[in-house]
Design a protein around this ligand. Sequence first.
Ligand code: FES
Ligand code: FES
Length: 915
Amino acid sequence: MNRPRTEFDASTIRFVVNGQTRDYSGSPAKRLADVLRDDFGLTGTKIGCNAGDCGACTVLLDGKQVCSCLTPVAQVGGRAVTTVEGLAEKATLSGLQRAFHKHGAAQCGICTPGMLMAAADLLSRNPQPSADQVKDALGGVLCRCTGYQKIIEAVLDAAQAELPPLPATGAAVGARAPKVDGVAKLTGEERYGADDIPVDALWLRVLRSPHHHASFELGDLAAFVAAHPGIERVFSARDVPSNSFGIYPHIKDQPVLADGVVRFRGEAVLALVGTRKAVESVTDAEAPIRYKALPSVMGIAAAAAPGAPLVQQDKPGNILLDGGVKKGDAASAFASCAAIAEAEFKTGFVEHAYIEPEAGWARRVGERLEIHVTTQTPYMDRDEMALVMKLAREQVRIVPTACGGGFGGKLDLSVQPLVGVAAWLLDKPVACIYSRPESMASSTKRHPARIRIKSGCDASGKLIAIETQADFDTGAYASWGPTVATRVPIHASGPYFVPHVTALGRAYFTHCHPSGAFRGFGVPQGAIAHEAMMDELADKLGMDRLAFRRLNALKAGDATATGQVLQHSAGLPQCLDALKPHWDEALAACAAYNKTSGRQRRGAGIGCMWYGIGNTSLSNPSTMRIGLSAKGELTLYNGAVDIGQGSNTILTQIAADALGLPMGQFRIVMGDTDLTADAGKTSASRQTFVSGKATELAGRDLRRKLIKLLKASPDAVLSLNGSVIKARDASGEHQYDLAWLPARGGTDALRGEGTFDPPTSPQDADGQGVPYATYAFAAQLAVVEVDCDLGTVKVIDIVAAHDVGKAINPIQVEGQIQGGTIQGLGLALMEEYLPGRTENLHDYLIPTIGDIPAMKCILIEDAEPLGPSGAKGVGEPGLIPTAPAILGAIHHATGVRMRQVPVLPHRLRAALKHA
Ligand code: FES
Ligand code: FES
């Protein structure tokens, strides 16, 4: 093949990008990804690992997909590169992009450019691929949000996809509307934490502890700066105005920069600030830090051992918190049980593995500090940064960027205090992007658990008693440990009516990275234990496992372990009834398969869950505003960050129907703490329920004001055309020109506001009370195939039935269930973070597109009267029942009950041999 001349001059490389000839001057070894982003401003190409593991950087090189992070720019001279920015056809979305939009294939969107480019490569060679061919072609790109199902559907539909029309006014709730912010994720225009850094920003790099536990002394920092041209300053603990932070107001135990002692490998010690080249060229060996390694406490058993070294000197026994729930007299009640099951379970650290590493930048604006950052919780960030900086809250502004996945891991501070302190003291913009190993070493993880459980039932299968002790490894600092230790006992008896319950939770400090929030706050670990008990009790009585759960399922009118009587919306019985035909079919299919299958055995399992929506026994408010300007601009001021779950779209749907104007007329301001009201954090599956209700109230408030202004009847039909608002009712048409109104609150002439705080009550000493206003329920069925010689497990089928109250947007709801389910599959079968050993995405495995089973979602709508149109939440529930269902299926296939996850092949093989 004839190629054009590759070199423009000795130091210039010429190639074609998206149809345009571009010249690059600089190091020929520079990664193509960096050239595209830094030199050409094409930030649609994402960097998730810089190591060839995630595929986020995938572009086309002469039409073939390549990882641009592994491609030196020298290799592209004279060739053609296509990035996501070049995918649209004549400024309109390509068929592939339309299909992604229609099917909801982009959640957070950080993997989307890579997925699109890999799919474009496939479709250029094979316009009508099979699902397996799609899986093969997209196998190099990781997605942590979607569970891949909708991505496959989109690629298969690329040839004919047309976008559905936006729902009509009054029919937005319940519509399968595409994301209101979806197009930017498909064209590369979306700006994530690393995408909008000012060109004059200084760069910040953190030097971190290589030890699990050590004391340290610092060398001469001034001399270090003088010896390193380009480095402007080195920050240490003494530079931080108030050097401690933490989630809870009374537990601020984590330093921004360690002060004389490090308590986990990866803890931040020094921050180098200067030019990017200068800070990146310092080696760890040059760091002016002298460590003295100290004995470390690794794991729950070590932390609980008599005489164990204390991780935090003022925490005797290394205990962060004890929590518990006590109802009836479980210990005595076991005497009356016809069947009893008992076991201990273990889980490990699990990494969030969001594809976007932590990133952001800060600047000082007079006497205010402004931070642009990828986050799940701008208002908590604002309040925490005010404490760290010793500033008033009003002096701090958080501007959330698009968030490339969070799952709880971006609820804690990461780069915020580092860039904040540096920008404030230097009075210059300062940016920081974590590398993948840095992100994994320093960020929170799912709590490892050791759970002892004992359950008993009568001869008919009715549960009588459950006793459980759940211990968690909370790492070096508290983070969300108290939340996990209190949430787990409440949920420990499972979604069942049990008269006698004793459930205790305890979190231990260790010399590991802090354990924090991760989709479920400990409930997934607890569900593994209580669901195994349901299987064992059913087996002991010779009962069908689904029927056993159906007999005991909580329903409206039942009291939970905390004594809370469920008034409404307890849809587990409906979920189980919906699964029943699939269950019967799966059991029959497994039996037929196993008659002739040899070493391959198939089995079916069931997992159930319940999940309290929102904070535990704490005030949990959200305030939303909708503004209408004198020009007729309609704005949803939304303090709830959309981390990919679709809240921007769902809240717009709710606002549209509550106000009575089409969702296409809304624009959204999201998360900016100067422009929105506090909607709380995006966690605990709360935004649809809590912020959704606040949005509904805001929409109704603005509607009332408009109806009054227009002197129309309450049921009038509204329309907005430019600045003219009209209402049509039985008496005719009324209209008003908003330009006549004085502007208030910025540009808005009229505003509606709504606040909702779900009603809960504190728990007493026995944990009795109303910790949550409502609960989500679900039941999932899994079918697995086990290779009994190798110990490998392949999940081949999942049916997920979820009671969501009301599916405001079924596409988004299914996406949450599918994505959560695949994270649950990872928890069950492959994900185990080992500090110091799995700090990258090739040693730490998450499910790929090749690992996913066939999946079916069944949505049960048992309306919650408190929620918007009856909706509850679904962010976490998708994950919780999956691992128990898979474990039950493995036992059904093999007869082996696995007590530790992940069920890695060597563990299952050993158990099979033992059995
Ligand atoms: S950034 Fe290139 S593969 Fe991850
Ligand atoms: S949508 Fe794929 S990683 Fe978020």
